[in-house]
Design a protein. Structure first.
Length: 250
């Protein structure tokens, strides 16, 4: 029933072992749902997603993805990950880059799969252009393409809507909802709240490594103007409780 189970996970880095970047978070994310992890800059979103895909490890607590450890090689083939700022080989074309990714996943029908994926992210027209000539939006689309080329069961997207114009955002949202309709579980880091309301079944608000609240966007917005108002108010209240210094008017 749950694709992602996070239990009492904390993370600190060896350089500052006393500073917890992620503080005792627990989450259960249902199979086939779209989950939004929302929080301001430096909240711990990327640190969390890196632990979920096995690129980093919790200092405390446990993570299970489809009942397996994120490091499990069988599981790894079923995951898709779009990092925050994907780095590409600039001299390759989009097509050549995806050929390289496909080879890592032992994909057999490579040409067919690449064409289908490029079409899905609307990048087929630029497949033979070198990546260094791509615009920011095109790079985002290529980042998404490399994350879905293996038809993942669980897809992790770190700020997939960043740098896209409204048209591009609408297209990516459509792709996300299409993947959801096929049963993919999707975990999204973002701070674009309007988009979250449209595509996420459940969201958690995280600030300074702590999850403040988890629920559906409509439930979290109750009693507030909208989700953004709920987000800002909850974070400010928590910071006041902690005794953080607040700037007047914020
Ligand atoms: N390798 C690292 N070593 C030490 N501290 C780190 C490391 N990576 C991240 N941090 C710190 O962890 C905190 C959380 O960073 P993280 O990148 O997870 O935030 P985020 O929520 O993804 O922010 P943003 O919205 O800006 O992407 C920050 O204070 C950051 O400086
Ligand atoms: Mg981040």
């Amino acid at each position: 029933m749950y694709s992602i189970e996070i239990k009492n996970v904390s993370k600190s880095y060896p350089k500052d072992p006393e500073i917890q970047i992620v503080k005792n978070i627990s989450l259960s994310i249902k199979h086939g749902s779209v989950f939004g992890f929302i929080g301001p800059n430096g909240a711990g979103k990327t640190s969390t997603i890196k632990m979920l895909v096995g690129l980093s490890h919790p200092t405390e607590g446990s993570i299970k993805i489809d009942n397996k450890s994120p490091d499990d090689p069988v599981l790894q083939k079923k995951l898709g990950f779009m990092p925050e700022s994907p780095a590409f080989y600039q001299y390759l074309t989009g097509y050549e880059f995806l050929e390289f990714v496909a080879s890592l996943f032992d994909i057999k029908d490579t040409d067919e799969r690449i064409e289908k994926t490029l079409k899905e992210v609307d990048l087929l027209h630029a497949k033979d252009k070198r990546i260094r000539t791509y615009s920011k939006g095109m790079l985002q689309r290529l980042g998404l393409a490399q994350a879905i080329i293996n038809n993942p069961d669980i897809l992790f997207l770190d700020e997939p809507l960043d740098g896209l114009d409204p048209l591009g955002r609408a297209e990516i949202k459509k792709i996300i909802l299409n993947l959801k309709s096929k049963g993919t579980t999707i975990f999204i880091n973002t701070h674009i709240l309007g988009d979250v309301e449209e595509i996420c079944d459940t969201v958690s608000i995280i600030d300074k490594g702590e999850i403040l609240v988890t629920g559906s966007p409509s439930v979290l917005s109750q009693g507030y103007k909208d989700l953004e108002d709920a987000f800002v108010t909850m974070i400010q209240n928590r910071r006041k409780e902690r005794g953080d210094i607040l700037i007047e008017g914020h």
